[in-house]
Ligand binder design. Structure first.
Ligand code: ATP
Ligand code: MG
Length: 294
């Protein structure tokens, strides 16, 4: 049986997605003048922080940008998705933060793309906050190490994505102090906005005390389900409160996005033409093209 001449929803989606993929492929990105360092932050668990970090990073790498992902979550999910080893004994963000290891000695290239680098996280990182308690200016350790790494690169790094854990401890504070921008994923679900006020207050506190240049670089709606009114209501609310910050691209709920990590891949290499992967590629282009919002 042939699909030709039929107008099924599946066929319509395929046609639309082919057009979106074509537009993504045709877009040429200009590298930013200065490295943009984006911390993906939301103290709420499971809202899509890691999925966002790795898929935006992979999208930009494919577009010719040099990208570093810093895994700052002891769960090591970003390292897994980028196919970078992070078992016991691998040096990574723990050694950089706690032992003062140069970042260049721990950064690995992701097998996914030559432009894609990753500082992996091992489970050791779970003890880092305790180890660092007595350190002088302990909130600035990552920032200093990252700046040293960026300065040492022969070819400039254009984007850094820092994946932070679902808590507001010293690791997340280090991530926010090292960043130029915060990107907040918000899951299109009930209670989505609960906690966002607290997050914004925390970001404000970091800005006042530790990193005066930190801005909200964007808000990304994730796990949008177009079959429910709830998703649309939440999306509408978020856009009302944050009209300037919220990206037009919205990430749909997609099984492909959630199954890619089990193949040690981002969805961008696992299935680039899937709706979820396309949405991340569009979000990456939007972020890069709109530059730093004022
Ligand atoms: P944590 O707070 O534990 O670090 P997180 O905020 O990093 O979580 P993710 O790990 O990215 O969130 O996502 C949580 C779960 O939801 C994962 O299993 C992921 O594969 C899945 N997921 C993320 N985004 C989507 C999506 N758009 N559609 C379907 N599943 C998704
Ligand atoms: Mg995560």
């Amino acid at each position: 049986m042939t699909l030709a001449g039929q107008n099924t929803p599946l066929l319509r989606e395929m046609t639309v997605n082919n057009e979106r993929a074509k537009r993504v492929a045709e877009t040429v990105l200009v590298p930013p003048e200065k490295t943009r360092i984006l911390t993906i932050s939301n103290q709420k668990g499971g809202v899509g922080k890691t999925t966002t970090a790795v898929n935006l990073a992979a999208s930009l790498a494919r577009k010719g940008m040099r990208v570093l992902v810093i895994d700052l979550d002891p769960q090591g999910n970003a390292s897994t998705a980028l196919g970078v080893e992070h078992h016991n004994g691998v040096v990574g963000s723990f050694e950089v933060l706690v032992d003062g290891l140069a970042m260049a000695d721990a950064v690995k290239q992701s097998p996914e793309h030559q432009n894609l680098l990753c500082l992996p996280a091992t489970i050791d990182l779970a003890g880092a906050e305790i180890e660092m308690v007595g350190y002088e200016s302990r909130e600035h350790v990552l920032a200093r190490s990252l700046q040293e790494f960026l300065a040492s690169q022969e070819h400039p790094i254009h984007f850094v994505f820092i994946d932070s854990p679902p808590s507001f401890g010293l690791l997340t504070v280090n991530a926010l102090v090292a960043a130029t921008e915060v990107l907040v994923p918000i899951q299109c679900e009930y209670y989505a906005l609960e906690g966002v006020t607290q997050l914004m207050n925390n970001i404000d506190r970091v800005r006042k005390g530790l990193n005066p240049n930190l801005i909200i670089g964007g808000i990304l709606l994730t796990m949008f389900d177009n079959r429910t009114n709830l998703s649309s209501d939440v999306a509408e609310d978020v856009r009302k409160y944050f009209p300037k910050e919220t990206l037009n691209a919205t990430i749909p709920r997609s099984v492909r996005l959630s199954e890619a990590p089990s193949y040690q891949q981002t969805a961008i290499s696992y299935d680039p033409k899937n709706s979820g992967s396309l949405a991340y590629q569009e979000a990456a282009i939007e972020l890069a093209q709109r530059g730093v919002i004022k």
